[in-house]
Design a protein around this ligand. Structure first.
Ligand SMILES: [Fe+2]
Length: 147
């Protein structure tokens, strides 16, 4: 059945969104300038919206959305706690890596989706591109400062 392929791909993507939300939860305590803090909270909001959209779409297809908790979230949390302790630049790099993996997860699965899900995911991927670009620029400018 075509739907079951879409449902399992959407559920994998939803798992990734839950991991992202966990990591962004950790960035709340990070020492950062106002602009970075504002972006971190905006991006967390984007991921919460994406998770909501994926959940809704799964329900519309008659699928069972994965719950928000689990090992993936716990592991993302553990890494983020370590990096939060090591300093903001480590956490930003971890968030960047997570964003990069997240975008690849979408790229890898978009062809498995039905048309309606595809259109929704394309919009999500535009947000993800923005997130990735912001962190890339941020890492870049911090490297210049240190040189
Ligand atoms: Fe993102």
């Amino acid at each position: 059945m075509q739907n079951s392929q879409t449902v399992s791909a959407l559920n994998e993507l939803l798992k990734g969104e839950h991991m992202a939300i966990h990591i962004y939860e950790r960035t709340k305590n990070v020492q950062a300038d106002a602009q970075l803090r504002e972006m971190l909270s905006k991006f967390q909001g984007d991921h919460e919206r994406h998770a909501g959209e994926l959940t809704q779409r799964l329900q519309d297809l008659g699928g069972e959305p994965h719950a928000a908790t689990g090992l993936a979230g716990a592991m993302a949390d553990m890494g983020a706690i370590i990096n939060a302790v090591r300093g903001p630049e480590h956490l930003i790099r971890q968030v960047y890596d997570g964003e990069d993996k997240g975008l690849h997860a979408y790229e890898d699965r978009i062809d498995a989706l039905d048309e309606a899900s595809k259109a929704m995911v394309q919009q999500i991927m535009r947000d993800e591109h923005d997130h990735l670009q912001y962190f890339a620029a941020r890492i870049n400018s911090e490297e210049q400062e240190h040189n």
